[in-house]
Design a protein around this ligand. Sequence first.
Ligand SMILES: [Zn+2]
Length: 187
Amino acid sequence: MPPAINACYALVLNADYRPLSYYPLSLWSWQEAIRAVVAARVSVISEYERTIRSPSWEIRLPSVIALKEYVPGKRRPTFSRFNVFLRDGFSCQYCGHRFPSNELTFDHVIPRSRGGRTLWTNVVTACAPCNLRKSNALPSESGMMPLSRPAQPTTFQLQEMGRSFPPNYLHESWRDFLYWDMELESF
Ligand SMILES: [Zn+2]
């Protein structure tokens, strides 16, 4: 079964052929990808079987594209919801169960109402029931301690985590690029 056209995302690589950002993966819709191809801003590395056509031309949808101009990357992972979930392996840090991201919330270990700040070191992934149960109590009051002490992850740690969570629409050819990049990172 070929993927539906709206699932034909293109993985966007930087000019050095490393993904522009890992998490969330740099994905463009097929419309954005085609526009960039037509504007000659990107090179096509790999394509889907699926084509789109007009009366005068036919083009295969790109699955992997590389920017022609290098975009400098960020050294530190973004402190984002996704990256916190990813750091914690999409698992509630109180009951240890894994949930889809739409069933997870942030929990402040030291609640905001008690002076806790929104930092890597004070925010953990929690499921709604655990979050509710903990409420505004300090860990010492509720007896609920996070399973692992929250810390700022390195990009490498997020990459390692991310490799165990490939989005299910991840094109087979994308894995090769991800793998390749990992090899470079570990030197
Ligand atoms: Zn839980």
